[in-house]
Each structure stands twice: as C-alpha cells, then as structure tokens.
Write a protein that binds this ligand. Sequence first.
Ligand SMILES: [Mg+2]
Length: 102
Amino acid sequence: MTNYDIITAAIDKYGVEPQLIVAIEELSELQKEITKYLRGKGSLDHIAEEMADVRIMLSQMGFIFDNFEKVTEWEGVKLNRLWKQIHPCDGDSCPIRWNDEG
Ligand SMILES: [Mg+2]
C-alpha cells in the first residue's frame, strides 16, 4: 500500500466535495494550532500533526484538480520571487550602490 493508493482510495470512497470540505477543515485546524502556539499555549507536536493533515489534503487536492505540475511550477515562481525579495542585489539587475557617482 503506497501513499498514492491511500490518497486515491480516500477520494474514491468519500468523494471529491467531501474531501475538499475536509481540506478546508484541516487548513483551519492548522490555523488554530498556529494561533495557539503564538499565544503561548500551543504544542509543536500538534502543529506537526496538523501540518501532516494539510499535506495529505494537499496531495488529495493535487489528484482532484489534476494539477501537480502546475502547483510545482507556481512553487518555483513563488520561491524565485521570495529569493529576489530576500536578496534584491543578486544577479544582473543588482543596482551598483558603492559607486553611484560614476
Ligand atoms: Mg487535523
């Protein structure tokens, strides 16, 4: 039994709409655990558990929407954008700050 088998079996057994509702619920549970953590009442184990639930539901959503490749593409775009925000002076577009007077 692989993760693929389990994930596709869940969609087959429970259906697309119920699994999308579960995805929303799991996202909400993770939000709740994060807010509890920020209030000093959370548990790192509970956060990890909810992150696992969300990952499982993201996998199911990948099958439901048949968009694993598109998600991976977007992930690359977003990570690239984030890298540029963090390091705005990397690459050819870096403004020269130490010799602006020419
Ligand atoms: Mg959960």
